[in-house]
Design a binder for this molecule. Structure first.
Ligand code: ADP
Ligand code: MG
Length: 487
């Protein structure tokens, strides 16, 4: 029998699950829950939409049910860390739904971007579960507003994302504050080397639970690519939105940058569409409002940056449009995972201009699939002006750098996870910097100091490393002098 009772969950919990429409466990739930109830650490790898929240939430709830008494002041029994505020809000909502009327449950959300005081006050009484983003939690920990010595369960949800966002230090700090007497669960959609490292540090003989091979995309999502010039994308998007056959009911559009997202939102409004943006420069309230309007159906289009690529769980998203390709191909998988949730089918359309074909190849390599392509890279915009291919322009000009002659941008398409090992490697080889390897050049001699033949003392050698600061000169002159001095 594959129901929640047979996984070993208490009857009262199963009842409230059934009331919430959960009758059959998903694959990751069926595998992880029994092991977690045994008290094992778990490393869960599953694509988004596979039901990870219940997989870690239900065993924790079952464990809390077994405890007697109240949590002590300023402590929490379980701590769930998530990379984004939206995701934390969703986890908190879901867990309270799972608990339903089966238990009296105290949870607190500890998030940045909103008032600290209310959070501190709720924590003061002691709670069952804290769902937090790492930054704010570490703040409260450092200020002595929360103690983690009583915490028995630690969950790291979307761990790969957490590392990408630079949360490694607070996460390690927090885990250390909890101490070794804990059960740890680490969930990640992908298994980057940095995640593997984190697992080694935090998990004790974990059971590895895998729901799908990494990097795979949900088959039910119909994916395709439309080539167009970058300025023509707006027109292509408008056509798609107007198309009856396409049937774009609830659309999430991904842009690469915050400004890009704002620009797309603005032009959508001008073109007569109801759209709202969600990204890191928006206040937390604005982000929640956008999400709410989108989920309720008041707003047809949500424009988002990659921060929203994970965690957002809105039912009935018919289309994901990649207005830009993501820098990190893994984000493609997370973006399109916003549609086709819960076994529903969905459509993902990627708009690709001439500068993005490399990124498209990276995506195809990751998902091990060639995507069907239509359109034309030299598609013109409404004004009829055809864009010059970007490669026709020289990458950079010789001569001193200035505002008009900036350093050419090197497109580093490796993911942060891939980049990190090199930094580690540099540390391992003794942190040898370039300066140390640059031989001291003194009149053709290499690595030798010229000495005074009489006294044997080293003769004054000008350091070659850093050029002298030239305060007071304007930037352009300073740059010119530096440039020739180095040449
Ligand atoms: P993930 O964290 O892996 O992306 P979620 O935990 O957010 O996935 O779950 C995705 C969706 O599936 C949610 O809407 C959730 O309510 C639903 N869901 C999860 N488990 C079940 C289940 N056993 N039965 C029915 N729906 C489920
Ligand atoms: Mg999740």
């Amino acid at each position: 029998m594959s129901d929640f009772t047979s996984l070993g969950l208490p009857a009262s919990l199963v009842q409230s699950l059934t009331a919430g429409g959960f009758t059959e466990p998903t694959k990751i739930q069926a595998h992880a829950i029994p092991k977690l109830l045994e008290g094992r650490d778990v490393l869960g790898i599953a694509q988004t939409g596979s039901g990870k929240t219940a997989a870690f939430g239900l065993p924790i709830l079952a464990g809390i049910m077994d405890l007697t008494g109240r949590p002590r002041p300023m402590t929490t029994r379980a701590l769930i860390l998530a990379p984004t505020r939206e995701l934390a809000v969703q986890i908190d909502e879901n867990i309270r739904k799972f608990a339903g009327g089966a238990m009296q449950l105290n949870t607190v959300l500890v998030l940045g971007g909103v008032s600290r005081n209310a959070q501190v006050q709720k924590l003061a009484r002691g709670v069952d579960i804290v769902v937090a983003t790492p930054g704010r939690l570490k703040d409260l920990l450092d200020d002595g507003k929360i103690r983690l010595n009583e915490t028995r369960w630690l969950v790291l949800d979307e761990a790969d994302r957490m590392l990408d966002m630079g949360f490694i230090a607070p996460v390690k700090h927090i885990a250390k504050a909890i101490g070794p007497r804990r059960q740890t669960m680490l969930f990640s959609a992908t298994m980057a080397p940095a995640v593997e490292d984190l697992c080694k540090g935090l998990l004790k003989e974990p059971v590895r639970v895998e729901a799908t091979p990494q990097g795979s995309t949900v088959v039910k999502i119909d994916q395709r690519v439309i080539l167009s010039g970058s300025k023509a994308k707006r027109g292509v998007l408008n056509e798609l939105l107007a198309s009856e056959t396409e049937g774009m009911e609830r659309v999430i559009i991904f842009a690469r940058t915050k400004h890009g997202a704002d620009r797309v939102t603005k032009s959508l409004a001008i073109d007569g569409h109801k759209a709202m943006a969600i990204h890191g420069n928006k206040s937390q309230n604005a982000r929640q409002a956008a999400l709410k309007g989108f989920a309720s159906g008041q707003v047809r289009i949500l424009v988002a940056t990659d921060i929203a690529a994970r965690g957002i769980d809105v039912q009935g998203i018919t289309h994901v449009v990649n207005y830009d390709l993501p820098d990190d191909p893994e984000n493609y998988v997370h973006r399109i995972g916003r549609t086709g949730r819960n076994g529903a089918s969905g459509i993902a359309i990627t708009l690709c201009d001439g500068t993005e074909t490399g990124k498209l190849r990276d995506v195809e390599r990751l998902i091990r699939r060639t995507l069907p392509v239509s359109g034309d890279l030299h598609l013109t915009n409404e004004t009829g002006v055809q864009e010059a291919p970007k490669t026709a322009r020289p990458a950079s000009r010789p001569g001193p750098r200035s505002a008009r002659n900036p350093k050419p941008a090197f497109a580093d398409r490796r993911s942060p996870a891939e980049r990190r090992p090199f930094a580690d490697f540099a540390k391992e080889v003794g942190g040898r910097s370039q300066q140390a390897e640059t031989p001291q050049r003194v009149d053709g001699q290499v690595n030798r100091v010229r000495r005074d033949p009489d006294t044997g003392k080293p003769m004054g050698v000008k350091p070659i490393g850093k050029p002298k600061q030239r305060w007071g000169k304007n930037q352009k002159d300073a740059a010119r002098v530096t440039h020739t001095a180095r040449a």
